[in-house]
Design a protein around this ligand. Structure first.
Ligand code: AR6
Length: 285
């Protein structure tokens, strides 16, 4: 969002107030929003509301695509009902956000649920969850990345667990040190391989999320980051996996308090699926 500093270039908006886009034409929305956010940022405002007409799909799309692409400053979420419901977008300006951009944030009870795009090995939550296999000896995908970044201490701890209790069954979870990772712990869980849906895949995927959260709770952890379990090598269809993941986490947070649960999605495409599904899951439809 490069802008000139010249005063004639700067439109003054009532900062701290909301920006109402109803009266603007769709083609002007982009520049109006950019200018508004620029002004807010300059004055150190970190949170604003952007309201667009309910059901004005074009405006909504522009606002969302604009925010999703803005470098480092922005996160946004559909505004909660007390702030105008699904017609409004709540924008948070995070000037200090560098590693991950928060794309969506929801409150469930006292807990926060975030959707971000990024690399889970960089996540600074207390624990990150690994989409492992039953051997716990590492593998490809996110498992490989976590073992590489965590180092030999993670594998050594996995070996110890396997020596004591054997392989980790599908849907179960175990916890080890995070080794060299920013996260202190890794919770290793095993998602199901997708075989078409007749082999309890849905139930097992839900178990993987729930048991990971249960382990985190047992250890008294307050923040956990998840990847999209089973949707890579294990071929679970992503939209359905996202629904199960988000529903399971929502249900857990309705019963248990945790400071933060974060989904770290590796690709824009996966993020978009989770975003859409989160709205559906939280909207109760
Ligand atoms: N950060 C976040 N997400 C990632 C990262 C990363 N660094 N790398 C990949 N993903 P997969 P699965 C995403 O295949 O389907 C392993 O070999 C990836 O884009 O890692 O549960 C294990 O050892 C995808 O969306 O896990 C098992 O044998 C998601 O993580 C098997 O794969 C999951 O993809 C497990 O398969």
């Amino acid at each position: 969002m490069e802008k000139k500093e010249s005063p004639e270039d700067a439109v003054e908006y009532p900062i701290g107030d909301e920006l109402d886009l109803h009266t603007f034409q769709a083609k002007d929305v982009r520049s109006v929003v950019e200018e508004y956010l620029y002004q807010c940022k300059k004055r150190g405002i970190r949170e604003v509301r952007i309201v667009h007409g309910k059901g004005i799909g074009t405006q909504r799309k522009i606002v969302h695509s604009l925010l999703a692409k803005s470098p480092k400053v922005l996160s946004f979420a559909e505004a909660p009902p007390e702030l105008g419901g699904w017609g409004a977008t709540l924008v948070r300006i995070r000037v200090d956000q560098t590693i991950e951009e928060v794309f969506m944030e929801m409150k469930i009870g006292k807990s926060k649920l975030f959707l971000v795009r990024g690399d889970i090995t960089k996540a600074d939550t207390e624990a990150i969850v690994n989409a492992a296999n039953s051997s716990l000896m590492g593998g490809g995908g996110v498992d490989g990345a976590i073992h590489r970044a965590g180092g030999s201490a993670v594998l050594a701890a996995c070996k110890e667990i396997v020596a004591k209790q054997g392989r980790c069954p599908t849907g179960e979870a175990v916890i080890t040190t995070g080794g060299n990772l920013p996260a202190k712990y890794v919770i290793h869980t095993v998602g199901p391989v997708w075989h078409g849906g007749d082999r309890k895949e849905r139930e097992l995927l839900s178990n993987a999320y729930r048991n990971s959260l249960a382990v985190a709770k047992e250890e008294g952890l307050s923040s956990v980051a998840f990847p999209s379990i089973s949707t890579g090598a294990y071929r679970f269809p992503i939209a359905e996996a996202a629904r199960i993941a988000l529903t399971t986490v929502r249900d857990f947070l309705e019963e248990n308090e945790m400071e933060e649960v974060r989904f770290v999605l590796f690709s824009e495409k996966d993020l978009a699926v989770y975003q859409e599904m989160l709205q559906e899951v939280m909207g109760g439809s």
